[in-house]
Design a protein around this ligand. Structure first.
Ligand code: UDP
Length: 357
């Protein structure tokens, strides 16, 4: 049985490591995984570092598509993936999350009538103009096996009546990111010299508009007077940050590898981010997280008051961050399963394909 895994962005390299690991450990004789890298993220720190760190299989196809606008990028990816699919003739295509690579993979596969498995299905921010939201909805619509990370994600698919399409199968086995967190926790729960800072990441397109990023930076500069800030900068914001940040209490670094970044969360006081994955990882480390967005697809953590939404355009939002009474995280609350999602996902893929063949 042949699976074509389509990857392109940092969080996808990380998520795919959980599933690829199980294929290697338990399904080596039954499943052949071929990896395609679209090239969406290509810097060493955003891509290669994770292939090394997780000992990921080298992509057989590297499409080198980057630096284009959304439509050009997605269009070119669909065109090139079509050729890859024609050549490889996979039994199933595996896509992760909500990027342009996810959408392109889904469209190329459905046009070629290859079944699609979507890992991280059913998430909704309810912001219908957000690129990631559009990618999620279309990918879910054309996927056959939908692997939701939470109860809420599964409910979303039922609300949208995706369960009425009889070719679809919808599951909630938990979140693969928890599997990875558990697997590497022994190397991440380590004290470092620098501690008790705010850990910040920003990369959402909307937050990189100059008016918004300037407001965020102004607030971070005020916040840094109160507590240090550690800021591993995504390539999208690096140049802007270097130009406008004045405070030496804001430590800007290159993007980190997964373990180093995990240690950075562990040693922080709290996290400030617009990342999807980092919102959850903060919770895994029992840290509170300020989410620089007006809505989030990881709403369960907001409902619990573990994470707090912050409007990135609000003047002086740093005052809210300083004065907010943070809620202690209950270790018995487990919205993301118990760390065995990837095992169950690959078992389900295998059983479903076996029935078809
Ligand atoms: N991450 C990392 N190094 C960093 C920042 C983030 O390894 O310097 C990891 C983080 O642990 C999480 C993932 O990148 O697993 C989140 O990716 P990103 O924020 O780029 O995308 P999103 O989750 O918003 O789709």
């Amino acid at each position: 049985m042949k699976i074509l895994t389509i990857l392109g962005a940092r969080p996808q390299f990380i998520k795919s490591s959980a599933i690829s690991n199980i294929i290697n450990l338990k399904y080596k004789d039954k499943i052949r995984e071929i990896v395609v890298h679209t090239g969406q993220h290509y810097d060493y720190e955003m891509s290669k570092v994770f292939f090394k760190e997780f000992k990921l299989k080298k992509p057989k196809h590297f499409l080198k598509i980057s630096g284009l606008n959304h439509l050009e990028m997605t269009g070119k990816m669909i065109f090139m993936l079509d050729r890859v699919i024609l050549k490889e003739k996979p039994d199933l295509i595996l896509v992760y999350g909500d990027t342009n690579s996810t959408l392109a993979g889904a469209i190329a596969s459905v046009k070629k009538r290859i079944p699609i498995a979507h890992v991280e299905a059913g998430l909704r921010s309810k912001n219908n103009i957000m690129q990631e939201e559009i990618n999620r909805i279309i990918t879910d619509r054309v996927s056959k096996l939908l692997f939701c990370p939470t109860v809420g994600a599964k409910k979303n698919l039922f609300k949208e009546k995706f369960n009425n399409f009889n070719e679809k199968k919808i599951f909630n086995f938990g979140d693969v990111m928890l599997d990875i967190h558990k697997r590497y926790s022994f190397s991440m729960y380590k004290k470092s010299k620098l501690n008790d800072y705010y850990l910040v990441t920003i990369h959402r397109e909307e937050n990189c508009e100059i008016k918004i990023i300037e407001n965020i930076i102004n607030n971070l500069e005020q916040l840094a007077k109160h507590r240090k800030i550690l800021f591993p900068a995504h390539p999208r914001v690096k140049q802007i940050l270097k130009k406008i940040i004045k405070s030496d209490k804001i430590i800007i670094t290159e993007p980190m590898n997964y373990i180093k970044f995990g240690k950075a969360i562990y040693n922080s006081f709290a996290v400030i981010t617009d990342s999807g994955g980092v919102q959850k990882e903060s919770f895994f480390f029992k840290k509170n997280c300020f989410v620089l967005r007006n809505e989030t697809e990881w709403s369960e953590l907001i409902k619990k008051n573990y994470n707090v939404l912050i409007n990135p355009l609000k003047k002086n939002f740093y005052r809210d961050i300083i004065s907010m009474k943070l809620k202690k995280i209950n270790i018995n609350y487990k919205p993301y399963g118990n760390g065995y999602a990837s095992n169950r996902i690959i078992k389900s893929i295998y059983n479903n394909l076996l029935k078809k063949n």
